[in-house]
Ligand binder design. Sequence first.
Ligand code: TXA
Ligand code: MG
Length: 319
Amino acid sequence: MTQPVPPDPSTIEAAGALLRAGRLVAFPTETVYGLGADATQDEAVRRVYAAKGRPAHNPLIVHLPDLAAAEPLVHLDERARLLAAAFWPGPLTLVLPARPGNGISVHATAGLMTLAIRVPVHPVAQALLRAAGRPVVAPSANPSGRVSPTRAAHVQDDLGPAVALVLDGGECPVGLESTVLDLSRPDRAALLRPGGLPREAIEAVLGPLVGPGGDPARPAAPGMLASHYAPAAPVRLDAKSVAPREALLAFGTDVPPGALATFNLSPSGDLAEAAANLFAMLRAADRAGADRIAVVPIPGAGLAEAIRDRLRRSAAPRS
Ligand code: TXA
Ligand code: MG
């Protein structure tokens, strides 16, 4: 099993060459670690699905170094350009009409006429995308349905043997996946996945968004199912007290006593800190040997919407 390597000009060059050779490279982004592959090679993209055990109907996000690299791949309308100017590079993914013959593997889009694109801000992701010189698909580097990785060691533990190289960029600063916004229809902008860029920031540019509302069991994006981000132990939400043999995810100063182990997402009640800690603490709570993980309510707007979304999915009945 390969060990994660520190990113420097030579390891990043090597990682870019591995991608061009059709191999899988895990790399840090500001949101979570991604499992990267050359988006233009069918066989490389198929390897991503195989490594994750991901259903073939769940399309992938194509990662690019800048807006200019998106021009040949998708049709960018005025809304997309406004959002790109405001938030790229950063944790925002746009779903746009694909340009026919754009060279992206059909496996990446699961046969859809749309393409999800994202320009990450993390310097290692930026350097790798430039070194690869190709569009790079990168789902979160975890087995399908499990907790996303925010440290190189998480990737190593979960997917080690399948990955040619893991670039170790330390902790992911945002800690939640990108916000996915569907702009494929001119008449509405739909929030498919709340994420690292708060809804309010997008609405300040575009006005009100639709979704994701209603039944969480009905996928908002293809493949976005109710159960996801699942630790091995069951999760109990909105806990006001703790039962014996429960581990606790707390937030703020009001911490119910009696847990087997307590992990405080943010003692000061800071949502950005809680987001950055969420997945690592879910993993740690899972390792505490508890029968169940209890989670206190996470109130509020902004990043709280995405935190609650991930917690709801981690607690959803497993299929
Ligand atoms: O922050 C992120 O976005 C991370 C890092 C690595 O960049 N990547 C990530 O990828 O979270 P993944 O594969 O775990 O999630 C991609 C989401 C899925 O819910 C998928 O269904 C949706 O984006 N998606 C991809 N292409 C789509 C499309 N054409 N239409 C609608 N949804 C799409
Ligand atoms: Mg994922």
